[in-house]
Design a protein around this ligand. Structure first.
Ligand code: HEC
Length: 233
């Protein structure tokens, strides 16, 4: 009797927790290959695959492409040649913005419903005094600063998440050696982030944050490769 009760208790308490465990997504950059070279004039075709036990597989069209980020960092330009792919992760604030709804109204370089992140970066020129204003607007919403379109409030975000988002936009969004693409596939044009006359090394980092169990315990998968253009060889 006691044993049965005990087993029942185990069943009720432990099993659902085990069943509910969220698994991290597996993100892989299929192309370009790690350590590959290309000529500077070439556009490089990139392909990212995402596999997540709960959300599905990108190859079956089960992953929302808009939630897959590709970051390109020219580490030659940033003077960080010694860095390895693994060292150059994607900023936490940017990952949180991908998880939230920010990208539905903001893009990296083009004005859409809201100003692009680069426009905001250029407007405020990394002035630390602006940080709290940006935080307040992300949290409570904004209208009339850039035009008539309103930005909704984001009461679901913690202060820490908002701080990291605002810091990324204010201090990093327009950095010259960085480029961002959204989607599992595309063509990278290095023109705007290439140091002419030298051999450039780039770190490509892809990320995807899954949807967790009922939106909780969401996990991020990341993957990086290093590639270079062949000039100077
Ligand atoms: C429904 C569309 C929409 C969404 C979603 C949205 N924004 Fe905005 N955002 C806007 C618009 C429109 C403006 C310009 C508002 C204005 O003119 O006052 C703006 C302005 C901003 C600004 C500049 C504020 C300033 O003072 O110059 C920042 C920073 C910003 N958004 C960050 C974010 C972040 C971070 C998220 C996600 C958590 C987000 N936005 C989600 C539409 C949106």
């Amino acid at each position: 009797m006691l044993l049965r009760l005990l087993l029942q208790a185990i069943f009720i308490v432990i099993l659902p927790a085990a069943v509910q465990q969220n698994h991290p997504p597996q993100v892989i950059i299929k192309s370009p290959a790690d350590n590959s070279e290309f000529t500077p004039a070439e556009r490089v075709h990139y392909i990212v695959s995402v596999s997540d036990r709960e959300d599905g597989e990108s190859r079956f069209g089960e992953i929302n492409k808009k939630e897959v980020l590709m970051q390109i960092a020219n580490i030659t330009m940033a003077g960080q040649e010694k860095r390895k792919a693994g060292d150059h992760g994607i900023d936490k604030g940017l990952i949180d913005m991908m998880r939230s709804n920010c990208l539905s109204c903001h893009s990296f370089d083009r004005q859409s419903t809201g100003p692009s992140f680069r426009q905001i970066f250029e407007q405020y020129k990394a002035q630390r005094s602006v940080l709290s204003r940006l935080e307040k607007r992300i949290q409570s919403g904004s209208r009339g600063v850039w035009g008539n379109q309103p930005m909704p409030s984001h009461p679901e975000l913690s202060d820490d998440e908002i701080r990291k988002m605002a810091e990324w936009i204010l201090f990093r969004a327009g950095k010259g050696e960085m480029q961002y693409y959204v989607g599992t596939e595309g063509f990278i044009s290095f023109d705007s982030i290439r140091l002419k006359g030298s051999r450039n090394v780039y770190i490509l980092s892809a990320s995807y944050t899954d949807h967790g169990i009922n939106g909780k315990n969401r996990l991020t998968g990341e993957y990086s490769v290093t590639i270079s253009d062949s000039i100077g060889k």
